[in-house]
Design a protein around this ligand. Sequence first.
Ligand code: FES
Length: 101
Amino acid sequence: MLESNQSPYLCHVFVCTNDRKGARKSCADGNSSEIRRLLKEEIANRGWKPKIRISQSGCLGVCDSGPNVMLYPQQDWFSGVHVNDVPKILNRIEAILKENK
Ligand code: FES
């Protein structure tokens, strides 16, 4: 039976890991699986797992600007993400946590 509940997470981070294997541009071309892995690892290291969820997603519809990472319900989008940008995304997540203390 269908249930409707509030998200248990303050912020749900979706990392597009769609891979078209070179047939057309996709976020996997920019090593998005590694971006996801680094985010997951650091969220766990910082003890944020109860409030922050990192999930891989399929195509978010803006492939040409990928790799794409979106934060909900904040509606923040990061495009053209490089593995070196992970600290910047973590800074934004930290700010969200502080805003919601
Ligand atoms: S493949 Fe990532 S947004 Fe389309």
